[in-house]
Write a protein that binds this ligand. Structure first.
Ligand code: FAD
Length: 459
């Protein structure tokens, strides 16, 4: 059934294209304006990070719009972190002790292209490219765009405007520039930035290292990760400080210094990246930040979604998954409040904000965990114990990582609260030698649960 309202979505990235598809399915007339060219026609990088970790919250969103069967063939399962030490030794740390729980590597471009095509199947969804939003008159619902093709400015009026235009959102900027209401906003950068490199496929299109894992080279002050692509290549991401420590982006400025850094710190990776020096100097270095803001909406006119409302650092592999979950939550809220956009926006933010704040904080925690702790003996013992507990008590024990990544029905805020208490309990008990690993696992589970409950009560 077609609805009367004209919806404008700014941004046809991962969140905007899924939102367009869902609102199209719900019968709205949807116009999407995207600043970049159509990535299905022009060979452009789809934006930050070539591939992404895609997990259960994202899969739930794909099920909601009925395209999970088309998305899953684009995925490469990653069963755990394959940790590489400085000597080139590796160990696998699984993501879960339960059968069938793993994350997936997916190409941002392939997924975005699929979502755009699915959205356009709906006659009432129209997507326009090369139109950059330059500002929004939030009182009168008029968005201004610069059209790269005609080199002209245009205006577009809609009944409702969604800002799904990413971390640098033009709608969000209009919120504080227009000063129509009290708008709180924070943007916090890490001292580290990132740079993408690549491991090419073998001559026969094979993988040069283990395919079904997320590779990590943790080195305390910095780290590298690598995720597989369907063509046999890996996208490698170096996370490094801009200006602190012995090695940093500001002091690695010559090919010799790049070689020295990789020889000293990543000797097993060096032969896998034949174009290392070229890529290091040609590929951009980009910052990593967290954006929090509130409120996300203005009256019944506009709403921010995805990274535009809550950009997070990438260390939990949840930014895209959370942005997809935004659309799932909005869809549920529409089921109750459809017809009253102000009520929809208020109910949506009330449900959602605490969860996106939680995943933002968890992502920062994981930055330290991946860099500093994955190779630490107490941390390794904790992960091993958690795997055993999940394997033996699949219905009773869920690690923080499992709750965030595989339990799409547990809100992020709850996963954070229980997960942090559980981590504290386990780490304290291991450090104080209170866990005897020869003990019956039942007894260990009971101890961990009691200790976790005590911590939760104290908090
Ligand atoms: P975006 O993907 O940024 O899309 C915004 C869209 O709006 C773009 O198409 C852009 O061109 C367009 N746009 C921007 N400005 C305008 C304008 N003024 N006018 C019109 N259009 C505009 N998440 C995961 O879940 N798993 C991961 O493994 C993961 N890894 C990551 C690795 C890195 C290095 C980074 C930086 C992020 C990672 N993320 C990951 C996070 C993920 O990329 C984002 O959360 C996700 O892209 C958010 O989707 P979005 O649609 O809200 O924003």
């Amino acid at each position: 059934m077609e609805k009367k309202e004209n919806i404008l979505i700014i941004g046809a990235g991962l969140c905007g294209s899924l939102l367009a598809l869902r609102l199209g399915q719900r019968g709205y007339k949807v116009t999407v304006m995207e600043s970049r060219p159509d990535l299905r026609k022009v060979d452009i990088s789809a934006g930050r990070s070539i591939n992404l970790a895609f997990s259960d919250r994202g899969i739930k969103a794909m099920n909601m719009v009925g395209i999970a069967d088309k998305v899953m063939p684009l995925c490469i399962p990653m069963h755990g972190r394959l940790v590489h030490d400085v000597e080139g030794n590796t160990f696998m740390s699984n993501y879960s002790g339960r059968e069938g729980e793993y994350i997936n590597s997916i190409s941002r471009g392939d997924l975005n292209a699929l979502l755009l095509t699915e959205a356009e199947e709906h006659e009432a969804v129209n997507i326009h490219f090369n139109k950059k939003c330059t500002g929004v008159d939030i009182e009168n619902n008029v968005a201004s765009f610069y059209c790269y093709e005609t080199e002209k400015d245009i205006e577009f009026t809609a009944d409702v405007i969604f800002g799904a235009d990413g971390a640098g959102s033009a709608l969000r900027k209009s919120y504080y520039l227009e000063r129509k209401f009290l708008f709180s906003y924070s943007q916090n950068y890490l001292t580290h930035g990132y740079k993408e490199l690549s491991i090419p496929p073998t001559a026969t299109g094979g993988f040069r290292t283990e395919k079904n894992a997320l590779h990590i080279w943790p080195r305390g002050d910095y780290m590298i990760i690598a995720l597989p692509n369907l063509d046999g290549s890996f996208t490698v991401t170096l996370f490094l400080s801009y200006d602190e420590g012995e090695y940093n982006f500001n002091n690695i400025t010559t090919p010799e210094r790049v070689q020295e850094f990789f020889e000293a710190q990543f000797p097993d990776l060096l032969p896998l990246i034949p174009d290392l020096k070229k890529e290091y100097f040609e590929n951009p270095t980009a910052p990593l930040g967290t954006v929090k803001c509130s409120p996300w909406s203005y009256k019944n006119n506009t709403l921010l979604m995805g990274d535009a409302a809550h950009a997070i650092v990438p260390f939990y592999g949840q930014g895209m998954n959370a942005s997809f979950e935004d659309v799932v939550v909005l869809n549920e809220v529409l089921d109750t409040h459809e017809g009253d956009w102000e009520a929809v926006f208020k109910a949506y933010e009330k449900t959602r904000k605490k969860d996106t704040d939680a995943i933002a904080d968890l992502a920062i925690d994981n930055y330290y965990e991946m860099r500093d702790h994955v190779a630490n003996p107490i941390f390794k013992e904790k992960r091993k114990l958690e795997m055993d507990l999940e394997k033996n008590f699949p219905e009773q024990y869920f690690s923080k990582y499992s709750m965030v990544t595989f339990n799409e029905d547990i809100p992020y805020s709850k996963a954070m609260q229980i997960g942090r208490a559980q981590d504290k309990a386990l780490l304290n008990m291991i450090a104080d030698d209170e866990i005897d690993t020869t003990e019956d696992l039942h007894a260990i589970l009971k101890k961990v649960q009691e200790e976790t409950n005590e911590i939760l009560e104290e908090d």
